[in-house]
Design a protein around this ligand. Structure first.
Ligand SMILES: Cc1cc2nc3c(=O)[nH]c(=O)nc-3n(C[C@H](O)[C@H](O)[C@H](O)COP(=O)(O)OP(=O)(O)OC[C@H]3O[C@@H](n4cnc5c(N)ncnc54)[C@H](O)[C@@H]3O)c2cc1C
Length: 390
């Protein structure tokens, strides 16, 4: 968003609460419209330099035995592993490099956040945590699923969030010996949890993924010790590489843990404040479309603002009208949501495997491929004024 606006000649200020670019996150995929946006924004060469070599998914048992293998090409390339996979942290760096290359016009402030917003017909008065006020034509809240901008302008998170039955955690671990770093390995653990390892750019490390199905527990919010305790309890006796992953969790540099939630807002904008990405329309990591929605949303919002710079209200209305159909599809979860991915009993885990085998059968593969295309048919608007990289 900031990149496209800077290229279009806007003066942009970005405030990021973290003191430095936030590392962390596992592979995010680019396909269909999000891949097209990356191409139009000139990001693909940078992405290719960091692209992961992930070849598909394997399901493993307690003893590490392979139970099922789904190559990336299966389901027409629309399965869990896509053609272009890059870690969230590396994609963030590609965007930061592109911003650097775009030159001046951008004021990037780390360790800063907004404490107050007051708007009138012609602008928004912003109070920063570090002190001082400044006036802006428009404020874009791209501050994630627990957006403070949303809370300040639209109201409490509870009004807009739907809990999706569990929690997910991602963190970097050394790749255990005997693990093929090019395959996304997943292990179901009785008690409604699973643990996996995904490719990292450096094969010496992998991204651990943990899913836990349970009722919401507000005490887990922002309490890393409680979060790691929960993971240790759920993975105790899980076999496979769980002990090595738990050891590495204690010292990982980028532990991330959050509840799974969807955000639904009746409107993404109020006056001169608008929301972008997870802040306005999070689908949760279960949707597999969080980055796609953020990228496509940023492209459309920047394109519309650049088309009518003197009419932000019109641009915000068009942003919403154009993007809503894409978001509606992208937020849809796989059938059964987290429940289908985290069976409670060994019997349930075995039944899940039988269903997966059926899906992989020659008869059902084309049907599944069609069901997995979700947002592929969305046609991305063209913006004459949105600059494409040289
Ligand atoms: C560390 C991390 C790891 C993640 N890992 C995964 C993953 O592995 N798989 C997955 O599917 N999704 C992951 N996500 C979520 C995924 O990044 C988003 O779904 C998607 O990229 C949409 O991005 P977003 O920019 O809307 O939100 P986010 O990526 O959440 O980014 C929001 C940014 O706003 C900053 N911020 C928060 N509050 C404030 C504030 N008050 N003021 C200023 N800045 C603020 C945050 O530090 C963060 O940098 C992760 C998110 C984070 C933050």
């Amino acid at each position: 968003m900031a990149l496209q606006l800077t290229r279009a000649g806007f003066r942009v200020t970005v405030v990021e609460r973290a003191p430095v670019p936030r590392p962390g996150g596992q592979a995010v995929d680019l396909r269909g419209p999000s891949r097209e946006v990356a191409e139009r924004m000139g990001l693909v060469p940078g992405i290719r330099d960091h692209q992961l070599d992930e070849r598909g998914m394997v399901f493993v048992g307690d003893d590490g035995r392979e139970l099922l293998r789904m190559p990336a090409e299966m389901f027409g390339g629309n399965g869990v592993v896509a053609d272009i996979e890059i870690t969230r942290g590396d994609l963030n760096q590609v965007l930061l490099d592109a911003i650097d290359a775009a030159g001046g016009g951008l004021d990037y402030r780390y360790g800063e956040w907004v404490e107050g917003l007051r708007q009138d017909a012609s602008g928004v008065e912003v109070t920063f945590a570090s002190g001082g006020d400044a006036r802006f034509d428009l404020v874009v809240g791209a501050d994630g699923v627990h957006s403070a901008t949303r809370r300040m302008v639209f109201g409490d998170e509870d009004q807009f969030a739907t809990y999706l039955d569990g929690y997910m955690s991602f963190f970097t671990v050394p790749t255990p010996a005997g693990i093929d770093p090019h395959w996304f390995a997943m292990h179901s653990v009785p008690g409604a949890s699973n643990v996996g390892l995904r490719a990292d750019f450096d094969p010496a490390t992998s991204k651990a993924v943990v899913m836990i199905r349970m009722p919401a527990d507000p005490a887990l919010r922002r309490d890393t010790d409680a979060q790691q305790r929960l993971i240790r309890e759920r993975l105790a006796g899980a076999g496979w590489e769980a002990p090595a992953i738990l050891d590495a969790m204690a010292v990982t540099p980028d532990f991330y843990f959050d509840e799974l939630a969807r955000i639904d807002m009746p409107s993404w904008s109020k006056g001169r404040v608008t929301l972008l990405g997870d802040a306005g329309y999070c689908g949760s990591p279960l949707s597999g479309q969080g980055t796609a929605m953020a990228l496509v949303g940023a492209y459309v919002l920047a394109g519309e603002l650049a088309a009518t710079p003197d009419d932000p209200a019109g641009a915000l209305a068009r942003y919403e009208e154009i993007l809503r159909p894409f978001v509606a599809e992208a937020q849809k979860l796989p059938p059964g949501g987290l429940r289908s991915m985290t069976p409670k009993s060994r019997l349930g885990i075995r039944a899940g495997r039988v269903v997966s085998k059926l899906m992989m059968s020659r008869l059902l593969q084309p049907v599944m491929a069609k069901a997995m295309t979700k947002t592929e048919i969305y046609s991305l608007p063209e913006y004459a004024s949105a600059p494409v990289a040289e």
